[in-house]
Design a protein. Structure first.
Length: 334
């Protein structure tokens, strides 16, 4: 084995590179980030939006880590085609990068929900660092923002933007409106409650946040830029920016290959694909063992099994993936 190429910005890619380098000082490691930024912690994206961490704090490792471990970073290179049979990655400049083994943890392309107008300027994915960086830079100049999300991340982003005094509409297609509880006499506020109210901008955020339940965006309106959204109930809301919190990897680079692909790339217990020199993890894999069901394994577990597959070691018997549920995305790697 002479060269391992890693594609993607998932934490498991960095952990596997580090593990492989510890075991083999000579193998060449080439890294293609799937975004302009290097690999990052997805769970810190809302903290970045809230100004609690800087951009560098979202990254799993700084550039110095890759230099120290002799990892060649291919930044800003657009991949045109991947030939798994010839073990080649063809770049836009017609440059060809050969590999002995390929590890895919994410891909450059991703898909929004199938909504007309989702490719307009001003539509962003909150689960991608590149897009979140654009959101952070643009928010100070915007007034009205629409978010479509049924998860807690969407609620958190909506509240952060409302705290910044932006007019926010949070659309929750799959969530029913909560029932109003019977009114009860309000207790007398204590001094502690008063102090807490002064410290938290909750009431102010509520004034700028509107939540719509059981509806969804049917079309994003505007010529080239997003200017408004039309919902499936016919109502139209002005919007300078539209945000989605969940996207899916677009695996077009592998559509004409022999990889077994359902919604994501199918792998075995060592994250090996149907092509023996190709491995998949991060956000692009689903386990054959679970009948095609997409499984969430911790980044540490993925890196351990990937390293075993890459280095030819037998998998450790008896590891319960469910017990490995804590991801490096939940705690920054030092």
């Amino acid at each position: 084995m002479k060269r391992i190429v890693f594609l993607g910005s998932a934490p498991s890619a960095v952990l596997t590179m580090e593990s492989v380098r510890k075991q083999n000082k000579d193998v060449e490691i080439v890294y293609f980030p799937s975004e302009q930024n290097l690999a990052y912690h997805r769970n810190l994206l809302t903290s970045y939006l809230r100004d609690e961490v800087k951009l560098k704090g979202v990254l799993i490792q700084p550039t110095e880590f890759y230099e120290k471990n002799n990892i060649r970073i291919m930044e800003g290179r657009q991949i045109v085609r991947i030939n798994l049979h010839r073990r080649q990655i063809v770049l836009q400049e017609k440059e060809v990068v050969c590999f002995d083994k390929l590890v895919v943890t994410d891909v450059p392309d991703f898909k929004f929900p199938e909504i007309k107008g989702s490719k307009k300027v001003g539509v962003y994915a909150a689960d991608r660092l590149d897009d979140m960086e654009r959101i952070v830079n643009l928010v100070p100049f915007l007034d009205e923002i629409v978010i479509q999300s049924d998860d807690e991340i969407g609620e958190e982003i909506a509240r952060v933007l409302a705290e910044k005094k932006k007019e926010v509409i949070l659309i929750k297609p799959l969530t029913q409106a909560p029932q109003e509880p019977a009114e009860a006499p309000a207790p007398e506020p204590t001094a502690e409650d008063a102090a807490k109210a002064e410290d938290e901008p909750t009431e102010q955020a509520e004034q700028h946040l509107c939540v719509l339940y059981g509806v969804q965006i049917e079309e994003i309106l505007g010529d080239n830029d997003a200017k408004a959204v039309r919902l499936n109930n016919g109502k139209v809301y002005a919007s300078d920016m539209v945000i989605f919190t969940q996207t899916a990897p677009h695996l077009r680079l592998f559509y004409e290959t022999s990889l077994e692909i359902n919604d994501r790339i199918c792998v075995d217990d060592r994250f090996q694909t149907s092509v023996d020199h190709v491995f998949a993890a991060g956000v692009v894999f689903e386990s054959r063992i679970k009948s095609g069901e997409f499984e969430r394994f911790s980044d540490e577990f993925q890196a351990q099994r990937l390293t075993q597959g890459l280095m030819g070691a037998a998998p450790v018997v008896g590891i319960d993936p469910a017990a490995e549920a804590v991801s490096t995305q939940d705690a920054a790697v030092e």
